[in-house]
Each structure stands twice: as structure tokens, then as C-alpha cells.
Design a protein around this ligand. Sequence first.
Ligand code: CA
Ligand code: CA
Length: 153
Amino acid sequence: MMRTSAGRGRRSSAAVVAVAVVVGVVALASPASAARLTAISIKSSHVTEGDTGTVFAVVRVTLSRPKTTTVTVNFETGGKFGETATANRDYVRRQGQTLSFPPGSTYANIVVPVIGDQLVEPDEFFTVHLYQPSGGPTIADDRGKVTIFDDDE
Ligand SMILES: [Ca+2]
Ligand SMILES: [Ca+2]
């Protein structure tokens, strides 16, 4: 009788301790890691082509929270993700360039010139690709799609 109830006592203390540890880990880990991680993401964009000269596609890149120091990320326009738009014919290629987020900012824009023409063609797209972040953040979403709407008929 003594043995049985001592055994029960131990089991329930052990169970209480285990629950307390699990709750403690969750409560401490979530806010701390959320505060430390900053992520860079790129949005998709679109632009209507035009007939002559260039129009500008504006692609927004966001930081999940502002930093007190400058953050940078490199970017390039892509030809490796099945794009239907052709670099330097439909848009001006950008390569090996760096986008900066000044301290306190949460977004920056990449601007890509889109070349006008009067050809009747389907809507086309290209991608802007982020790589090599510096200043702490990781990249959550590295690829933005820019759709060029054709305006010729
Ligand atoms: Ca046009
Ligand atoms: Ca066109």
C-alpha cells in the first residue's frame, strides 16, 4: 500500500515537471527567436509596356522589421526561371547590383526599365532574384515576378 502510493506520487511529480519544462521552452523560445530573425522578401510587380522609350517596373523588397544598421542584398534580373521576356529587348538587364536598406527602413525598391515597342505579342514576364544578404537578415522569398502587359493590337 505504501509502495503503491509512493510510486503514484513519483509518476505524477515527474509528469508535472515534464509539462513545466515544455511550457517553459515554448514561452521563452518563441518571442526571443522572433525578435532576432529579420527576413528579406521580394514582391511581384507588373507594368504596361508602352510603345517607345522605357517605362519603369518597380519591385518592392521588404524587411520584416527595421534594423539599426544598414542591410544590403544583391539582385539580378533573371534568365533562368522560364522567363518569357528577353533581357535587353523587353527590359534592361540588371546584374550584380546591390540594394540598401538604410537604418530604420523596412522596404526599398528595385527599378527595372521596360522597353516599349509596337509589336503585337503576348504578355511576358521576367524575374528579379535576390542573393547574398548582408547585415544580419536571411532571405525568406528571393524571387519576384514582373509581368509586362502588352498594349499593342
Ligand atoms: Ca507597346
Ligand atoms: Ca508589344
